[in-house]
Design a binder for this molecule. Sequence first.
Ligand code: NAD
Ligand code: MG
Length: 338
Amino acid sequence: MEIYYDRDSNPEVLKGKTIAVIGYGSQGHAHANNLRDSGYDVIIGLRKGGSSWKKAEDAGFTVLPTGEAVARADVVMVLVPDEIMGDLYREEIAPSLKSGSYLAFAHGFNIHFGQIVPPSDVNVFMVAPKGPGHLVRHQYKIGAGVPSLMAIHQDPSGDTKDVALAYACGIGAGKAGIIETTFREETETDLFGEQVVLCGGVTALIQTAFEVLVEAGYSPEMAYFECLHELKLIVDLIYEGGISNMRYSVSNTAQYGDLTRGPRVINGAVKEEMKRILEEVQSGQFAREWILENRAGRPVFNALTKRGEEHLIEEVGKKLRAMMPWLQKEKLVDREKN
Ligand code: NAD
Ligand code: MG
């Protein structure tokens, strides 16, 4: 597998080009600020009166309605929520998209599942950071980067890979590593990862273990520290040096419990369920469900989000975090600005 770094990229291919970043949310603010700090010419496309307009203006960017930003741009990076992207593309992006320009994404969902079909004279690439946008900005500011995936969907100009690589390095990914992949592979692994491990798996693991302790009569505060708070400290060790590094640091008792009990929690039945979830991703069944859920006004999304917010672990967590004021300092997310 080929991994690219800053030294493999020629930043000149993006110089003199206008990059329109559409959306100024988690990824949008990070790409826009990092690219500008890397010396590129960045403008922002948004809905007039949308919640991010002021944030982008306060950060000193030229902000335009989406269609106008697209019309001025050589490279258009679309960083709005995936579920509104298809409509936005048809209504405001496609009519202003120039022949020979570059249309870019940070996730392959809409291209892979055929919700966006760009004309054949437009170059299409993806630069997908493997981390939340706020971290993409934070890492850049400290001279580091977030590893990213890069893929080319179509390349009528013949230099799309050079442009994609320069873009990826411009957001800082060239410090950490840029892996070339396909839209299909990125989309399927990304959805699988967030469903099974990163978001779905982890939250269900935390909540379920918390419930078991509380239902057995232990205090919710104890359960919170044990099942949620400490997770970060363990993940930091895994992030730094892999699972072995974490096992080196924890007690021998913890390590023995890990080795013998872990596979009983995440057992063969769970693995079979993971395979079914992967199949739903690969077959497009999940994509269809999510697209239709949005058309219906998100009843399931809203009901389950509310149920999650009402879980006892949220109430206890709020109280306990208020007693740890240092957690509030140097926060990655500041809702006023990013
Ligand atoms: P987000 O929800 O944080 O931000 C969306 C932005 O789009 C906001 O600025 C919002 O004002 C703007 N917006 C909404 N509707 C709009 C419209 N009609 N016209 C113009 N602008 C509009 O989104 P995000 O999480 O940064 O996701 C953007 C893309 O990045 C998605 O493709 C996502 O899959 C991908 N991605 C996100 C992350 C992440 O960390 N969140 C990680 C990797 C890839
Ligand atoms: Mg993801």
